[in-house]
Each structure stands twice: as structure tokens, then as C-alpha cells.
Design a protein around this ligand. Structure first.
Ligand code: GLU
Length: 425
């Protein structure tokens, strides 16, 4: 049976790299009808924190990577000690104070048949004796990794490329224990767009932070899939179910994967605009609350109209609050720079006239707003486009956004007239 594991150390939050490792393990298990083990590697009692562990579990659940078995290394110290003792008894390890150390046998060829990277050969003469149990009684990473992978019957170790250098050491531990070595697949590194290590700026941010910023799990999972793998045929948007059908470890790229926030946002937009408006409205309520925006005076229909207008361009849920605050605020604040650029004395005069016409209008709608606007532009010999920016800034305090006339309809007659009439240079 295929059995894989994701083995995070709870010494930090779950980041993009860890989430991708978890995803590929989970997909492989599901693709092969195998089992997915989650193993919390919390042997370092100084650096492991409950808070990190909880965030890792919560994030994995949010992403939908359900595990079949869960283990904590901190509860398995007796098992590690027992196997270290066996190596001592067999003369394969020795004691140095309280520490137990494996004797490295020199001149051994160590071959890894990595499913992604192909054959990699090491010589055991390059390796030093390996600490198995530290003098404080805690096990060393490579030792408990081997003991657990063997006892948990892990068939494939799928992990980041940064662990390649640990693999020969771990194979020598398997040999000392007379255990079968699992198969390996080392995933390519994830780099920032400038080719450097993934930094805070380029995605080395906790999965829970992406969730807070208003990325949906489906989009993040879809994005993680593309970091080193591709469904083929230039397809980029794919559901986990469809991806699992096509997934194989052999098709993962050797070359480093590049993290692109822009691409993640593009995918998030695709998923957001597929949602039904009422569902999106519901998802946006907490975002508005968090940003101190009060939507209680708007009817359900008004709220739906606003969301409908922005739906196509949303890159995250949070950006909605930034883009649409003007619809919820009584007074908007136009930056000095924007005023200086767009609200000239000449523009003010036109905007005031527009205010009077809006006020005098009967039924006010986007269509009516457009009529008024175009009428004024024509009468004064302006191109409509010359007036769009001043009006947009006066109404929203922003210089980009969707259709100005739709915005006027959303604000309604009173608020549109008020914002236009009170504008000054
Ligand atoms: N606990 C290790 C880490 O967080 C995992 C090592 C492994 O997958 O073997 O990097």
C-alpha cells in the first residue's frame, strides 16, 4: 500500500513551501488509494510551540488536506530510545556521556533513486558518526524520522529538496537497523520571482495570513499545485478531484518553482467571480466589519448590486473594503494629491452643475446618470472621458474603479448630488 506523510516541525507557521509538500503528499495518497499520515515533529521542546502546531493543523484542514493518521513525536520518545538501545547492544552505536551515536561505516555506496531527480549517489566516507539520541535524552531529527517512517510503514518520502543532504545519513541509519529504505521524491525549491529564496515579500507568509487576506482555499490549493507540477495542455485552473486523477510524482519538475503573487491573485479572482453573489455577500460581511465599514443602512438588494459590480475584478476579499469603502462611508476623504491632479476650478464648476441636474432628476439610475453626464459634456464641449476622472474622484476618492454611472446608481441620488455639490478645489 502507498503510504506517505507530511512531517512539519511546529517551530513556525505553515508556509507556502510546507503547504505544497503537504498537498503533493495528500494528492499522491488520494491518487493511489493510499494513506496520508500527519506527523508533528515536535522533538525540539525549546522551539516547538502549541500555537504553531494549532495553526498548522487548522491551515491543513482549511486547505482540505484531511489526514488518515496523526502522530506526535514528543509522545514517542520511548520508541526511539528502545531502537537506539538495540543499536548500542549490537555494537553499531556507542555512548558519549548520555548521548547515543551511530558509528558510520566508511566506503559504502549510497544510491538514491529519487522519483523526481533520478539517481543520486553518495559515499558514506563523506559522512560523520550520527547522533541518534542527544545527551538531554531527546532524539535527533534523522533518527526519529527513520524510526517513524519505518514503523509507520511509509512507502514514499515526499519532501522538500532541502532535505536531500539528510537522505544518505538516514539511509545509513536504515541499514544499521536492517530496515527497508522507502522511496524518495524530493520536491523542487520554491523561489521568489527574482530567483532568490522565498522571502516575506514573495510568499513566505503563513497560510493563515493568506486566509485572513481573503484568498479562498480552492484558489490557494490550485496555485500550490502549479508550483512544480502541471495538469498539462496549458491548463491552470483545476479542481483537486480532477488533479488527483492526473497526478503522478514522476511528472513533478526538477527545476525550481517560482512563486508569483500575481498569479495567485489571478487564480483567486477566477474562483471569487464564480461564486454566487449572495454567497459572496456573506463572505464579504466579516471583511466590512473588520474594516469598520457599516453596511446596515443598505438593503440586501443594494448590497448585492455593489458586490455584483465588483465581483469580476476582486483579487482578494479584503481588497473589496479598500475599493468600495466610499459606498459605506458618510464622508470620504480625498487625498491632496488626487485633488490637485483632478479637481481643478474648472472641473468643480462642471461637477456642481452635474449635482444640480442629478438633484432635479426624477428616477435616478445608471442610465439617467449617464444621460446627465453626457449632456453636460456635450453642452460644454468636453469629451466625456475628460470628466470621468474628476467625477470619479469626487464620488469615490479613487481614480480607478468600475463604471462611473453604476457607481452613481449605487450611491443613489442624494449622496451623488451631495458629494458633487460639496466638492471644492
Ligand atoms: N520536520 C521536517 C521539516 O519540517 C520534515 C522532515 C522530513 O520530511 O523528513 O522540515
Amino acid at each position: 500500500m502507498i503510504k506517505v506523510r507530511f512531517a512539519p516541525s511546529p517551530t513556525g507557521y505553515l508556509h507556502i513551501g510546507g503547504a505544497r509538500t503537504a498537498l503533493f503528499n495528500w494528492m499522491y495518497a488520494r491518487a493511489q488509494d493510499g494513506k496520508f499520515v500527519l506527523r508533528i515533529e515536535d522533538t525540539d521542546q525549546q522551539r516547538s510551540k502549541k500555537e504553531y502546531e494549532e495553526e498548522i493543523l487548522r491551515s491543513l484542514k482549511w486547505l482540505g488536506f484531511e489526514w488518515d493518521e496523526l502522530y506526535y513525536q514528543s509522545r514517542r520518545f520511548d520508541i526511539y530510545r528502545e531502537h537506539a538501545q538495540r543499536l548500542l547492544d549490537e555494537g553499531k552505536a556507542y555512548k558519549e556521556g548520555e548521548a547515543i551515536i551511530l558509528k558510520m561505516i566508511p566506503d559504502q555506496e549510497i544510491k538514491i533513486f529519487d522519483l523526481i531527480r533520478g539517481e543520486i549517489t553518495f559515499d558514506s566516507s563523506e559522512l560523520k558518526d550520527q547522533v541518534l539520541m542527544k545527551s538531554d535524552g531527546s532524539p535527533a531529527y534523522s533518527f526519529c524520522c527513520v524510526v517513524d517512517d519505518a514503523l509507520m510503514e511509509i512507502s514514499h518520502v515526499v519532501r522538500g529538496e532541502d532535505h536531500i543532504s539528510n537522505t544518505p545519513k538516514q539511509i545509513m541509519i536504515y541499514r544499521a537497523l536492517d530496515w527497508k529504505v522507502p522511496k524518495y521524491a524530493h520536491l523542487p525549491l520554491i523561489m521568489g520571482e527574482d530567483g532568490s529564496r522565498l522571502s516575506k515579500r514573495y510568499g513566505a507568509v503563513a497560510v493563515s495570513d493568506y486566509q485572513k487576506q481573503g484568498y479562498v482555499a480552492e484558489a490557494l490549493v490550485n496555485y500550490l499545485m502549479l508550483l512544480g507540477w502541471s495538469p498539462g495542455n496549458n491548463q491552470e485552473k483545476i479542481s483537486p478531484e480532477a488533479a488527483i486523477k492526473k497526478f503522478s510524482l514522476k511528472k513533478i519538475n526538477k527545476a525550481g518553482a517560482v512563486f508569483s503573487l500575481e498569479k495567485l491573485q489571478w487564480l483567486n479572482n477566477l474562483y471569487l467571480k464564480e461564486l454566487e453573489t449572495p454567497q459572496l455577500v456573506e463572505m464579504l460581511q466579516p471583511v466590512l466589519e473588520e474594516h469598520g465599514l457599516d453596511a446596515s443602512e443598505l438593503s440586501g438588494q443594494e448590497m448585492a448590486n455593489i458586490v455584483q459590480l465588483y465581483k469580476g475584478r476582486l483579487t482578494t476579499l479584503n481588497i473589496f473594503a479598500e475599493w468600495v469603502d466610499y459606498a459605506f462611508l458618510r464622508d470620504i476623504e480625498i487625498s491632496g494629491e488626487m485633488k490637485h491632479k483632478h479637481i481643478t476650478p474648472e472641473a468643480v464648476e462642471v461637477l456642481h452643475e452635474m449635482a444640480r441636474k442629478v438633484e432635479a432628476a426624477g428616477d435616478f439610475s445608471a442610465l439617467e446618470a449617464e444621460k446627465i453626464f453626457k449632456g453636460i459634456a456635450e453642452a460644454r464641449g468636453f469629451k466625456a472621458s475628460q470628466l470621468v476622472l474628476p467625477a470619479r474622484v469626487a464620488l469615490t476618492a479613487k481614480d480607478v474603479g468600475p463604471s462611473l454611472f453604476e457607481i452613481m446608481a449605487i450611491l443613489g441620488k442624494e449622496r451623488t448630488a451631495k458629494r458633487l455639490s460639496t466638492i471644492s478645489a
